[in-house]
Design a protein around this ligand. Structure first.
Ligand code: NAI
Length: 328
C-alpha cells in the first residue's frame, strides 16, 4: 500500500520510518489543500496532521484518485469534514491518545514561565542584568485552577496542578470519576470562570466550543486571570482576548495554539513579513507567551503517534477497524 504523508517534517519521517510496517511511504513537505491534493495520486492512503485541510472538495478529489483511507497523526480532527468523508465512503482514523502528559507538561511549562517570567529572566541574565524588578511571581500553592475539558489531557494537567497544591475546578459535559477521585470538583462554567485564578482549556474545537472565550466569558473572570490554551486556537476569540489584555483583565496569556495558526505554525518565517496583524499584536504584550503548537512534541509522544498511525493503516489494509481510533 502506498501512503502519501503530507506536512512531513524531518522528525515525522524519522519516527514514521522507524514504525513503518512495510508500507511505501512518500513524504511531501507541503500541506494538504486544494492546490496540493494532486500529489496524493497513486496512493491508497494519506497521512495528515493538524493544519492539513480536508474539506469536501479535497475529500472528493482524494476519492476520485482512489484514496481509501485518511490517517490523522494527531488527536484533534476539527480540520476534517467527517460528514463528507462518510458520504464519500472514505475511512478516517486518528491517534486518540498518545501522551496526554506531553501536552499537560507543556501547559505547566507555560504557566510557570509566565508566572516567574523565566523568558525575561533568561535574557536579562545573558546580558548581565541581575535586577529582579518586574519579575515578581505568585505561589501556585493554594490557587484555584479551572480546567475546561477533563478528558485525557485535562486530567493529566489536573494531576500536575494538584501536585503544586492547587484547588481544582472542572467543567465537562461528560464528568469523569477519575477527575473526582483525584480531588477535582465539577461546577458550572460561570462559577469556574469567576473563581479560577488560572483557566486552562482542554476541550475539543466544535461548533459549540468555538469562541467559548469571548467578551462575555472574559468579563466573568477574575481581574488579572491567567488564561492558557494548549487545545485549539478557535476556542478563543482573539480580538476579545486582545481587548482584555489591553484593559488588564487578563494578567497572563499562554498559547500553544492560535486561531489562524495554519498560515504560520510549523514553518520558519523569520525572514518574512508576517501579514497577520492580530497575531503580531498578541506577540507585543509582555505578559503573553506563545509557542508554535509544540505541546505534543516529545520523544514519547512522537513514538506513540507513529506506532498508532501505522497500526491504523495496517488495520485499514486488512479491512479491519478499531472503534477507538476510527472516526469513519
Ligand atoms: P479527550 O477527548 O480525552 O478530552 C476532551 C474532553 O473535552 C472530553 O472529556 C469531552 O467531554 C470534553 N468536552 C467536550 N465538549 C466540551 C465543552 N463544551 N466544555 C467542556 N468540555 C468539553 O481529548 P484530549 O486527548 O484530552 O485532548 C483535548 C484537546 O487537546 C484535543 O481536542 C486537541 O484539540 C488538543 N490537543 C493539543 C495538542 C497540542 O500539541 N497542543 C496535542 C493533542 C491534543
Amino acid at each position: 500500500m502506498k501512503i502519501t504523508v503530507f506536512s512531513a517534517k524531518a522528525y515525522d519521517k524519522e519516527y514514521l520510518q522507524q514504525a513503518n510496517r512495510g508500507f511505501e511511504l512518500a513524504f511531501i513537505e507541503s500541506r494538504l489543500n486544494q492546490q496540493t491534493v494532486a500529489l496524493a495520486a497513486g496512493s491508497q492512503a494519506i497521512c495528515v496532521f493538524v493544519n492539513d485541510q480536508l474539506d469536501k472538495a479535497v475529500l472528493q478529489e482524494l476519492k476520485m484518485m482512489g484514496v481509501q483511507h485518511i490517517a490523522l497523526r494527531c488527536a484533534g480532527f476539527n480540520n476534517v469534514d467527517l460528514e463528507a468523508a462518510r458520504e464519500l465512503g472514505l475511512q478516517v482514523s486518528r491517534v486518540p491518545a498518545y501522551s496526554p502528559e506531553a501536552v499537560a507538561e507543556h501547559t505547566l511549562a507555560l504557566v510557570l514561565t509566565l508566572n516567574r517570567r523565566l523568558h525575561k529572566a533568561y535574557n536579562r541574565v545573558k546580558e548581565g542584568n541581575f535586577s529582579l524588578q518586574g519579575l515578581l511571581g505568585f505561589n501556585l500553592h493554594g490557587k484555584t485552577v479551572g480546567i475546561i475539558g477533563t478528558g485525557r489531557i485535562g486530567l493529566a494537567t489536573g494531576r500536575l496542578f494538584k501536585g503544586f497544591g492547587c484547588q481544582l475546578l472542572g467543567h465537562d459535559p461528560l464528568p469523569s470519576d477519575d477527575w473526582q477521585a483525584m480531588g477535582g470538583q465539577y461546577c458550572a462554567l460561570q462559577k469556574l470562570f469567576s473563581e479560577a485564578d488560572i483557566v486552562s482549556l482542554h476541550c475539543p474545537l466544535t461548533p459549540q466550543t468555538r469562541h467559548m472565550i469571548n467578551d462575555q466569558s472574559l468579563a466573568l473572570m477574575k481581574d488579572g486571570v491567567m488564561l492558557i490554551n494548549t487545545s485549539r486556537g478557535g476556542l478563543i476569540d482573539t480580538g476579545a482576548v486582545i481587548r482584555s489584555l489591553k484593559n488588564r483583565k487578563i494578567g497572563y496569556l499562554g498559547l500553544d495554539v492560535y486561531e489562524m495558526e495554519g498560515d504560520l505554525f510549523f514553518e520558519d518565517l523569520s525572514n518574512q513579513i508576517i501579514q497577520d496583524d492580530l497575531f503580531q499584536r498578541l506577540a507585543t504584550f509582555p505578559n503573553v507567551l506563545i509557542t508554535g503548537h509544540q505541546g505534543f512534541f516529545t520523544h514519547e509522544a512522537l513514538s506513540q503517534i507513529a506506532a498508532t498511525t501505522m497500526h491504523n493503516l495496517y488495520l485499514a489494509q486488512q479491512q479491519r477497524t478499531d472503534k477507538t481510533s476510527f472516526l469513519v
